[in-house]
Design a protein around this ligand. Sequence first.
Ligand code: GLA
Length: 354
Amino acid sequence: MRTFAPGRVNLIGEHTDYNLGFVLPIAIDLGCEATAEPDAEGRLVVRSRNRNETRSWEIRTLDSAEPAGDWTDYVVGVARLIPDLAATRLSVESNVPTGAGLSSSAALEVSTALALGARERGVDLARLCRRAENEFAGVPCGILDQYSSVAGVEAAAILIACRSLESRPVRLPAGVAIFAINSMVKHDLGVSAYSNRVRECTEASQILGVPSLREANIAMTETISDPLVRRRARHIVTENQRVLDFVGACERQDVDALGQLFFASHSSMRDDYEISCPEIDFLVETARRIPGIIGARMTGGGFGGCTVNLVREDIAKAASEILRDAYHRQYGLRAEIYHVHPSAGAQILEGKKS
Ligand code: GLA
């Protein structure tokens, strides 16, 4: 069996997923391919072609496997959730950059789950993979990444309502292209800072007496006396509204509004949610001054990784290069640019089981 699952770029709606709010990702044309063959020796053998590394576990002891703290946790985390897993040799190869906020881990989880014979599809498959990440990899993430990888739509973004888990495609106005630029930095606050944000949001919803911040409004958040918790809640509430406004602006083909919402989302992440960093702020502020770039904001979990840029299609390449060169002059780092296109979700490429 050979499977493919894409990474994603989240256009807008950051950290709203675990607060049961709205997100608007695209699945991208970068992803992970997994190939599974039977193993004669009762093992799960996993080979990463990118890293040229092979690891293996006895199938019968997989339940007692401990997380290794590396890429194999995403594979083993998924494998443990598949009932009656057969002994398998799995080979994975990905072109999603790691640590860039483009969901290389979700692409690995989803392609693995399908290749190992998971029967779940759609939202249930996304849930299974999220569970693997929460329970085995130990990241208290929401469902954004896995849902995007499973349910991507060609030529459209997907509006996901994380409370009902319903989604619908949203098309960008004609002539608007998307590129992500990788700052090549990932400040090591990652998982602990993410967990803190999850905790602070839970605290905010408890203070407000609502099941999740999806049920809060801006007036309510202003009553929170702790300034830090108040800022966190304000980001979530305003970000949910920006997602809905962004969808409205797409429908009206109001390109200027799209750009303003991108920049406003970034300011909110920087000032209220405090998940940006100087390199990323530089990429956003520089993008603001480059003709043809409509809007820019950090995408993904934060503290580095990529910004996502909306750009006039006819000058996307030139505009992205101006940004890359400015970044190089400032930080001496060679940022990678990904001109991405909204793409279909995960699929079985070969060897579908009956
Ligand atoms: C990471 C998590 C997602 C989401 C984003 C932030 O990618 O895995 O669930 O919370 O950060 O929007």
